[in-house]
Write a protein that binds this ligand. Structure first.
Ligand code: ISE
Length: 454
């Protein structure tokens, strides 16, 4: 595919996000055209198709995915429909950029990773657009350079103006805080070990089930931490910021404000109503890279299916923590020698073994951080093809081994909790006790004893 032979993209879902993507493809992404759209709201889809250069309006998502006039698919449908549509794209052998989340349950996310591995081609990209935001990339670059030491803590603030009445804690975690869960992993290069989340209801007139202010605490591998304030009823507008507290300094995205306005006896900066404008450049960069990855046959630089699964696991722990009030392990059951290892050895996840995931405190950790599908060789959780300190499993600042003490041969883990569904079940009974899992020494940052479960 080339400028004269562009990638023909079909967009499923023409709500706010899908419309933005569709028109971005039409207007700003060289090498791609908007070939088709689908939406249950046919007049809306028809309008976007016309504004997008005369794209075909398909009657069903299945028709769009199967059609020969569509080379690649962008999914921007409601969250719970993502997994099935991604699977359909895999079945059709078409590259897919799925808006976050990849899936709304660990079971679905696991099945998707397994299907991609079985296919042997890396076709899935997940739309965590902050990975393409200049400010987030700049903060990560400072940390990766080691000039202010290694990151010890991620601090996120994520606010939405207003949430739907009756929004559930699970929806807030999966749909909104998923960004922060992904950022914590991506920016620190660590994996999530456990979650402790306080869910607050900020006003009495909200639905009793609502927890609109989440205080999210994540324990990361190697004794690192992440804290995030997720407020979906901030009342005033949309804001996101991320800070990496490092060993010898901090790096912060600041706010996305670009103008100072003086007037009406005031000096200030406007706050955006939603995420579409603040992250417009990131959305374009994301699709640009996605199209480039399809044309060049290289891995997408953003989140992979594996990252989608990792976020699903963390989200499930957050939801469990809100429900129980306690700490929830992000990877319960993933212990060296545990059932996941056995599964990984005989099932489709066996293909991940060369890229073996190491478990310290149950965290995912790759040796060399590769999960190679079809020779794609992109980093697990790392922008594919880029080399970074984390991509080599080594901190630039400390030179410590990311998986010190763990052996790829004996510490394989993969997709845990394949049967879990967000918020639906309690897994405490099946979870190994803390005494059976590897502990991380806070001083050496290395696992101090191997777990004995098998
Ligand atoms: C939305 O889908 C987003 O991606 C926004 O970044 C997030 O702030 C919002 O809560 C989500 O609904």
């Amino acid at each position: 595919m080339s400028a004269s032979n562009p990638v023909r993209v079909g967009v499923i879902g023409t709500g706010g996000m899908g419309t933005r993507h569709a028109l971005n493809i039409h207007r700003y992404v060289g090498g791609a055209t908007l070939a088709g759209v689908f939406d249950v709201d046919v007049p809306r889809a028809t309008k976007v198709a016309a504004e997008g250069g005369g794209a075909v309006v398909f009657p069903t998502p299945e028709a769009l995915i199967a059609d020969d006039r569509v080379d690649a698919v962008l999914i921007a449908s409601p969250d719970e429909m993502h997994a099935g549509m991604v699977r359909a794209c895999l079945a059709a052998g078409k590259p897919v950029l799925c808006e976050k989340p990849l899936a709304t349950s660990v079971a679905e996310a696991t099945a998707i990773v397994e299907a991609e591995v079985a296919l042997g081609r890396r076709l899935i990209a997940v739309g965590y657009m902050r990975r393409f935001d200049a400010a987030h990339l700049a903060v990560k670059a400072v940390a990766d350079s080691g000039e202010i030491g290694a990151p010890v803590m991620f601090k996120g603030v994520h606010r939405n103006a207003e949430a739907d009445y009756g929004i559930t804690p699970a929806a807030v975690v999966v749909n909104s805080a998923g960004h922060d869960l992904d950022s914590a992993r991506w920016m620190t290069g660590e994996e999530v070990v456990s979650a402790r989340v306080f869910g607050l209801r900020t006003r009495d007139d909200l639905h009793p089930v609502t927890r609109d202010l989440l205080l999210i605490n994540l324990v990361l591998s190697h004794g690192r931490h992440a804290v995030t304030e997720m407020d979906v009823n901030a009342g005033y507008g949309y804001e996101v910021s991320a800070e990496l507290v490092c060993q010898a300094g901090t790096a912060h995205t600041g706010q996305t404000d670009r103008v100072i306005v003086r007037g009406h006896a005031n000096r200030g900066t406007p706050v955006a109503a939603d995420w579409l404008d603040p992250f417009q450049e990131a959305y374009v960069a994301e699709i640009h890279d996605w199209i480039g990855s399809i044309v060049a046959g290289r891995p997408f630089a953003g989140a992979s299916a594996w990252d989608g699964l990792a976020t699903a696991l963390t989200a499930a722990a957050c939801i469990e923590s809100i429900a129980t009030g306690g700490e929830a392990r992000a990877l319960p059951g993933v212990v060296p020698g545990g059932d996941v290892r056995r599964r990984a050895q005989r099932g489709p996840l066996a293909a991940l073994r060369p890229a073996t995931l190491l478990c310290g405190e149950g965290a995912l950790r790759t040796a060399g951080r590769r999960y190679a599908i079809g020779g794609g060789g992109g980093g697990c959780g790392q922008p594919g093809g880029r080399s970074s300190a984390a991509a080599t499993g080594r901190s630039a600042a400390t030179g410590r081994s990311a998986a010190a003490g763990a052996s790829p041969a004996t510490h394989a883990c993969g997709a845990a909790r394949a049967t879990a569904t967000f918020g639906a079940r309690r897994r405490r009974a099946r979870r190994p006790s803390r005494s059976t899992t590897t502990r991380i020494s806070r001083t050496t940052m290395a696992p101090t004893r191997a777990a004995s479960r098998s």
